[in-house]
Design a protein around this ligand. Structure first.
Ligand code: KG4
Ligand code: ZN
Length: 333
């Protein structure tokens, strides 16, 4: 079955065609129009500008996704669209467009949760992956640990109580002068620094919990930088990136180990934009090797926001009988 996916929850407009079926998970096209350059001017995503840019891109992106896949809209079995969570105006562009596309061509419409879509990227990169597994989603808006019990069954067992890991990477990146979004640049910079140069608090909350908090780490890092700057010293950027990354990676590894032992899951999936982080990928690879657990992480290109993952998640929701009508709405949370 061919599933058309549409993603517009933040600053990427994406359309994809994915072929899904018994033993088949194939990306036929996955077109992404990134607005990063536009938002870079402001140091972060400007919601109103994001919505307008989605409107400008959505039709041509859809055309390109169908043409690249070599299919006609009539060949599509379901239209899957991200409905939540994200920027409301941005989401509404994708939802309204997908509704029109499905209605005009008499195709089933399937709403998709963006977080579940990130997890579904792993199905596309690992064709034999099946639930159950433990899934850690680390993105610009979320940091959560899930027990994935079926293709559509998610049980959250840990999450951040404040900022997301990606948001924290971006804030510190911006503070040391890296262009938005700072995550990827922090990743590269960290490779040249000493991870033990700065003593920073762990984002893993203590006590009987799998939750995180990134605000203390962020404040401590900013205070460290400000203290040095007040004395006329520019802090070593690579050491800050390395120490900050080390604090985040260690917390996620520690949580992953506890969660894997607790749930006795034999597979760990890492997904979301921050899953592209080379230090995190390496550390979780080592952990899983130590514990004898399979580790699945999509290639960097499928970690960030894209519509192929939305189509994959939509396929499994479709199999579960999930359908939306024209009253479908978007939700920021
Ligand atoms: O999943 P995503 O594309 O969007 C959301 O759903 O939020 O994640 C974007 C986040 C940004 O904060 C970006 O800086 C971060 O992922 N990111 C990274 C890396 N690549 C992207 N963070 C750390 N290391 C990276 N290599
Ligand atoms: Zn995302």
């Amino acid at each position: 079955m061919l599933v058309f996916g549409m993603e517009s929850s933040c600053d990427e407009t994406s359309a994809a065609v994915v072929e899904m079926g018994e033993g088949v998970r194939r990306i036929r096209s996955n077109i992404i129009a990134s607005q990063v350059e536009t938002h870079r001017l402001y140091g972060g995503v400007v919601p109103e500008i994001a919505s307008r840019a989605h409107i400008e891109a959505v039709t041509s992106i859809t055309r390109r996704a169908l043409d690249t896949a070599g299919v006609d809209i009539k060949d599509i079995g379901a239209v899957a669209v991200t409905t939540r969570p994200g920027l409301i105006g941005a989401l509404l562009v994708g939802v309204c467009f997908a509704k029109s596309l499905a209605y005009a061509n008499n195709i089933s419409l399937v709403p998709v949760d963006h977080i579940k879509a990130h997890a579904a990227a792993a199905y596309l990169s690992q064709p034999d992956l099946e639930p159950p597994f433990l899934c850690i989603i680390v993105s610009g808006g979320h940091t959560s640990i899930y027990k994935v019990t079926s293709y559509t069954g998610f049980e959250e067992i840990g999450s951040t109580r404040d900022d997301a890991a990606g948001e924290a990477f971006d804030k510190i990146g911006r503070f040391i002068g890296l262009p938005y979004p700072g995550g990827a640049a922090m990743d590269k910079l960290a490779a040249d620094g000493n991870p033990n140069a700065v003593d920073l608090p762990s984002p893993a909350l203590s006590g009987d919990t799998l939750d995180f908090s990134f605000s203390g780490l962020k404040t401590a890092t900013i205070n460290y930088i400000n203290n040095l700057r007040q004395r006329g010293v520019e802090p070593p950027h690579a050491d800050i990136a390395a120490s900050f990354t080390h604090a985040i990676v260690s917390a996620i590894v520690q949580r992953a180990e506890t969660a894997l032992k607790l749930t006795r899951m034999k597979t760990l999936v890492l997904a979301g934009g921050v899953a592209a982080n080379s230090h995190l990928r390496r550390a979780l690879t080592e952990l899983c090797k130590k514990l004898g657990v399979a580790f699945v992480v999509p290639p960097a290109g499928l970690c960030g926001d894209n519509a192929a993952m939305v189509a994959a998640a939509g396929y499994y929701a479709y199999l579960d009988g999930v359908r939306a009508d024209l009253s479908l709405n978007a939700s920021a949370i």
